[in-house]
Design a protein. Sequence first.
Length: 437
Amino acid sequence: MRHLRAAAAVTLAISVAAGVTGCGGGTSSGGGSNESPKTLTYWASNQGPSVEADKKILAPELKKFEKETGIKVKLEVVPWADLLNRILAATTSGQGPDVLNIGNTWSASLQATGALLPWDDKNFEAIGGRDRFIDSAVASAGKEGEPPAAVPLYSLSYALYYNKKMFADAGITTPPATWDQLVADGKKLSKDGKWALGAEGSNLSNNIHQTFVLGQQHGADFFDKDGKADFTSEGAVSAVKQYVDFMAKDKIIAPGNAEYAQNQSLTDFAKGRTAMVLWQAAATTFASQGMKPEDWGVAPVPVPAGAPGAGKQTNSMVAGINMAVFKNTKNIDGAKKFVKFMTSDEEQKILCKTYGSIPPVKAAQSDPAFSAPELKVLRDTLATSAAPLPQVPNESQFETAVGTAVKELFADAAAGKPVTTDTVKARLEKAQQTMQQ
């Protein structure tokens, strides 16, 4: 996933969609059918620098599929800011594509609508089997114990990117491995109008990604074993406060970052205004903004102490894009053929190299390209120290409610207002109440 997912859904929209089980999918006219699978419609998420770039990247691959199968694919690349709402509208109206990309954190929410094809053993067998995919990627495709609602397409995790020159100028020889080291290094780097760490304080999904990981490190899941919201546990409050304190207390994030929501932190990094950023597969974005590969380094996201690993040493959420099929498409056989094509070993190598993502298909990971420094960090993190966001039906509301609470706390920090444990807990209590309405 090149760009962060914007979970803009509100509780009402999810509730309405969940109430129309079996609705949605397939074009109303001009498409194929199982008897004559001549055409498919495909909503692709915006993975590259622009929608037009994605069209150029995907066009030759779709032509290749058409040549192999005789099935033409009508492509629409949908910006992230619009994608979830477009999908929700399709689940209620029945006027949607045959195949689509979804942010993997939405899997359980969209699964609950009943509109997506369940990937049971039979359907997985049609694309080569479930065991072709890495476990962490499949775990992010739907509720545990149920057939996944989608198939992993592009996998990612977070890494710490750092500006080598800024580090050298500050006398720092290695990237920080722990949060204490990051704060200490950050105070050396934050001077003369430059700052240590970038953030996207108004990006609700980014807020969730960072605070979820810190929550894991503090022993908090944000939901209990029954799937009920648990936002005010000691671990959850500590996680949110630690993240916002990078601006409020430690003064290593610029106050202006409280308003960032459109990848401005990447631009600041590329222009030498910020020394570090936590991101997913940022190399192509840096290159597009004139930054040379030798200008930056990459390391695992810090942990409380020691090295990344399972449990409290989790240092990333399982990020990525899944590929789903609307259950009521008139061309389900053609749709499964297309999913098989896009997740084939060869296509996975081509597309994931282009987008700087990690193939969720095990065999494709053997390509030497995925052993390059940046992708090796992302690949190893995904395999050993990443956890999927809560696979609960109201995950999208979680991103909205808690992401908004963090956004408001960043706004307080930017305005010089105190961010205390009590204020953090109050905002999270409000978010939990929103979830319960």
